[in-house]
Write a protein of this length. Structure first.
Lengths: 112, 114
């Protein structure tokens, strides 16, 4: 079983739709969870960062973590064409210097 | 806003040649990383570096790879004898000293091995 699983998509939605992106993981040692956005041929850019089960909201973005199910989600409300990108989930255990483990990324396309 | 900068943005090299990829992390950061992303695949961890030594490395980071922080500002990745399968985007990242510190990525260096 892969450590972090993420459906690569692609996912196509119309402008204004609510988008749900998900990852599952197998290692219960992961404590910190992130969502990165990556535009084509660019570096990953941090969107959301959470460390506890529950929801965290930032503007149109909501990150949700369910540690008991080993499942994390990112919701995008009122999606915009500028949200078209690849969204990477990533996670890390609570140790200095430990590697960030990424999912494969979900490619999202928002059409106007 | 402080950022991680990487050079070159794109390098083309012949198989068997040595390549050095350079990174300038954010100035007050203490942990430094190299990741790679083969086209169409996931971002993969290569190596982390702290206090002038490697703190962790993946199985990808074999003897042909090395890292160095030669002057307190640059952080380099050297590939001694490049192979075709080394063609990828190489991302440098850095973070501050907190265990929960966020990782900031550079724009990447695209390496093409012919």
């Amino acid at each position: 079983q892969k450590e972090v699983e993420q459906d690569p998509g692609p996912l196509s939605v119309p402008e204004g739709a609510i988008v749900s992106l998900n990852c599952t993981y197998s290692n219960s040692a992961f404590q910190y969870f992130m969502w990165y956005r990556q535009y084509s041929r660019k570096g990953p850019e941090l969107l959301m960062y959470t460390y506890s089960s529950g929801n965290k909201e930032d503007g149109r973005f909501t990150a949700q973590v369910d540690k008991s199910s080993k499942y994390i989600s990112l919701f995008i409300r009122d999606s915009q064409p500028s949200d078209s990108a690849t969204y990477l989930c990533a996670m890390i255990v609570n140790q200095a210097g430990t590697a960030l483990i990424f999912g494969k990324g979900t490619t999202l396309s928002v059409s106007s | 806003e402080p950022e991680v900068t990487q050079t070159p943005s794109h390098q083309v090299t012949q198989m068997g040649q040595e390549v050095i990829l350079r990174c300038v992390p954010i100035s007050n950061h203490l942990y430094f990383y190299w990741y790679r992303q083969i086209l169409g695949q996931k971002v993969e961890f290569l190596v982390s570096f702290y206090n002038n030594e490697i703190s962790e490395k993946s199985e990808i980071f074999d003897d042909q790879f090395s890292v160095e922080r030669p002057d307190g500002s640059n952080f380099t990745l050297k590939i001694r004898s490049t192979k075709l399968e080394d063609s990828a985007m190489y991302f440098c990242a850095s973070r501050d000293g907190r265990d929960t510190g966020e990782l900031f990525f550079g724009e990447g260096s695209r390496l093409t091995v012919l």
